[in-house]
Design a protein around this ligand. Structure first.
Ligand SMILES: Cc1ncc(C[n+]2csc(CCOP(=O)(O)OP(=O)(O)O)c2C)c(N)n1
Ligand SMILES: [Mg+2]
Length: 325
């Protein structure tokens, strides 16, 4: 891979890390309301997987969505303005942290109900197949979501209809305060794909290039008409489930062990091995900090939506669809 592309991916992870750290601060200052779920620790999964998509491919995820949105191309300032409830946000400040979305980026959100977006992803893939488009849908969800009925319904139909979809399970080993051992009958989430005859793989979610390569293979499978693929990315979230989580369900030693495997630090080593200079890396880190400082200023200075916005964007008129050939 070109050095410029390696640096671009590294910068995306650093931007996401800084964005999330800022979000935590802004939440504590009372500037972000509602729930806030940080992506810190999981950056290599979102950035690595999405770097393998074409811009015409769909992406959809759950509420831990900031990093996925940025990896899809959403400007951090637009994401942050949304979290602060400002009119300059991607949903005019009416969606908030869990509902980032931008259809121009083919990023379909941001969904708060665990597993509920999985059948929506199946629907996106069905639409692509029905219209003879060669787009693929990337559907991200957590380990906990695989215990939900929506998951089984969505995954089963995708297999029945051979849909072009890649299910990406971000196994961070906990659903809120419950470890997978206590909530899932099998320890590897990909085993659940076996029951539906879906080919699957497991990848080290802390290694950006491993995730990117595994996703590229999965996308190739789905795009070539062979039906869905299930990819499990083994990862870890360093922060609590959302803000104000006392984290009594895990030992700090375990967190430290995973932090020693940090995706950013590991990727920095890859860059150096590939001949990227330390100066180029530092320059990208400084640029990332500047992007986030600018995003905070932009979001802070943007206005809240006027009250009449309460009555807009509730219904959408559906455009008539062309009949398939
Ligand atoms: C249907 C439903 N049940 C319960 C909840 C409460 N809840 C929010 S997040 C969560 C845990 C989900 O864990 P996982 O899918 O592993 O995602 P992670 O938070 O680890 O990214 C639960 C149970 C919810 N939002 N929706
Ligand atoms: Mg989880």
């Amino acid at each position: 891979m070109e050095q410029a592309e390696l640096l671009r991916l590294y910068q995306q992870m650093v931007v996401i890390r800084h964005l999330e750290e800022k979000c935590a601060e802004l939440y504590q200052q009372g500037k972000i309301g509602g729930f806030l779920h940080l992506y810190i620790g999981q950056e290599a999964t979102g950035v690595g997987a999405i770097s393998a998509r074409r811009p015409t491919d769909n992406v959809i995820t759950a509420y831990r969505d900031h990093g996925i949105a940025v990896a899809c191309g959403m400007e951090p300032k637009v994401a942050l303005a949304e979290m602060l409830g400002k009119v300059t946000g991607c949903c005019k400040g009416k969606g908030g942290s869990m509902h980032l979305a931008d259809k121009r980026l083919r990023f379909w959100g941001g969904h708060a109900i665990v597993g509920a977006h999985i059948p929506l992803a199946t629907g996106l893939a069905l639409a692509n197949k029905y219209r003879h488009e060669d787009a693929v849908t990337l559907c991200f969800f957590g380990d906990g979501a695989t215990n939900i009925g929506y998951f089984h319904e969505g995954v089963n139909l995708a297999a029945v209809w051979d849909l072009p979809i890649v299910f990406i399970c971000e196994n961070n080993q906990y659903g809120m305060g419950t470890s997978i051992e206590r909530a899932s009958a099998v320890s590897e989430m990909r085993q659940k794909a076996e029951g539906y005859g879906i080919p699957n793989a497991r990848v080290d979610g802390m290694e950006l290039l491993a995730v990117r390569e595994a996703t590229a293979r999965a996308i190739e499978h789905a795009r070539s008409g062979k039906g869905p693929f299930f990819l499990e990315s083994l990862t870890y979230r360093y922060r609590g489930h959302s803000m104000g989580d006392p984290e009594r369900y895990r030992k700090q030693d375990e967190v430290r062990k995973w932090q020693a495997d940090d995706p950013l630090g590991k990727f920095e080593k890859v860059l150096l091995e590939q001949g990227v200079s330390q100066a180029a890396i530092e320059q990208r880190e400084a640029a990332s900090e500047a992007i986030i400082a600018d995003a905070v200023r932009f979001a802070d200075e943007s206005p809240f939506p006027p009250p009449e916005e309460l009555w807009t964007d509730i219904y959408a008129e559906a455009a008539p669809q062309a009949q398939p050939a």
